[in-house]
Design a binder for this molecule. Structure first.
Ligand SMILES: NC(=O)C1=CN([C@@H]2O[C@H](COP(=O)(O)OP(=O)(O)OC[C@H]3O[C@@H](n4cnc5c(N)ncnc54)[C@H](O)[C@@H]3O)[C@@H](O)[C@H]2O)C=CC1
Ligand SMILES: O=C([O-])CC(=O)C(=O)O
Length: 263
């Protein structure tokens, strides 16, 4: 039986845990120090609940982060420096150049690897392959309900309560989007990493009062031809910011860790 370490125990992590492949068991869970006792009581003795990577003496087969960009900053280097594989869902953390450099350095020195998970979007495989032949343009549009943008800087850019038609409230680079909207625009950074980079990938963020879906559209062109992918995702009931598919992409990484056929 392979052993998993998970970072974070919010809406996404709970969904992942419910769908974990039978061949992988959750052995360690990292949560903020103040929540260790409460989460340990909830999960029982089969899982060791910790707040620091340093307190795990064994070697997980896989570490998956489902906790946010701050957690990547807090734990990422320690995981990679130990030579462990880190599946990253808060990919927007890599929009911080200094952090991205530190993580690469830790991975290089310790032998760890970073898996940037596709998350809530589809098409990362095609985009990353297309890059090898040369890309001309990549744009991303993220469209969510007012409820999904609450608690983000969208609140100061558009009237989330009064909006009556789909409205673009942010237009900029993937780097800016991922940093300004850390709970909503990690996918902008993922698309950038697969394609033209953080500063050449154009991003539009939209509030749509008539939709309960998290909608994602990627358009790219290059030597390969053109790509146009539209995805209409259902948010998790426990967190309207987060698409169900993002949690499922973490489950996919867990499956890839255990199954001899990797797809
Ligand atoms: N790439 C993608 O497509 C997507 C990525 N995300 C990322 O996934 C993250 C998690 O999403 P949800 O579970 O829906 O959010 P959530 O807010 O429901 O849960 C986050 C959990 O992480 C924990 N946490 C925060 N800081 C931590 C730390 N330093 N160490 C350990 N645990 C920590 C919190 O206590 C909380 O339980 C988001 O913050 C976002 O960065 C979310 C949606 C899509
Ligand atoms: O779940 C989604 O729809 C996308 C998301 O929040 C993110 O990229 O951070």
């Amino acid at each position: 039986m392979k052993q998993l370490m998970m970072i974070g125990f919010g809406a996404m992590a709970r969904e992942v845990l419910a769908l974990l492949p039978a061949e992988l068991s959750l052995k360690w869970l990292l949560v903020p120090a103040a929540r260790v006792a409460e989460v340990q009581a909830e999960l029982g003795p089969a899982v060791t609940v910790l707040s620091r990577v340093e307190d795990c003496a064994a070697t997980p087969d896989l570490v998956v982060e489902c906790a946010g960009q701050t957690a990547v900053r807090e734990h990422g280097s320690a995981v990679l420096a130990r030579g462990w594989t880190l599946g990253l869902i808060s990919v927007g953390a890599l929009a911080d150049e200094a952090l991205a450099r530190d993580l690469r350095l830790a991975a290089g020195q310790g032998g760890g690897r970073i898996l940037a998970l596709a998350g809530a979007i589809a098409g990362i495989d095609g985009l990353a392959a297309a890059r090898e032949g040369g890309l001309e343009s990549v744009t991303y549009q993220g469209r969510k309900s007012p409820q999904s943008w609450r608690g983000s800087p969208a609140e100061t850019l558009v009237d989330l309560d009064g909006v009556t038609a789909p409205t673009v409230f942010f237009s900029g680079t993937a780097r800016e989007a991922a940093r300004l909207f850390p709970a909503n625009a990690n996918v902008a950074a993922t698309i950038a990493l697969a394609g033209l980079g953080m500063d050449e990938t154009r991003v539009e963020l939209v509030v749509d009062p008539d939709s309960r879906r998290n909608q994602h559209r990627i358009r790219a062109s290059g030597r390969f031809g053109e790509l146009d992918i539209a995805l209409s995702g259902l948010p998790l009931a426990a967190n309207p910011k987060t698409s169900t598919l993002a949690a499922l992409s973490v489950v996919r990484a867990c499956r890839q860790c255990t199954d001899p056929l990797v797809i």
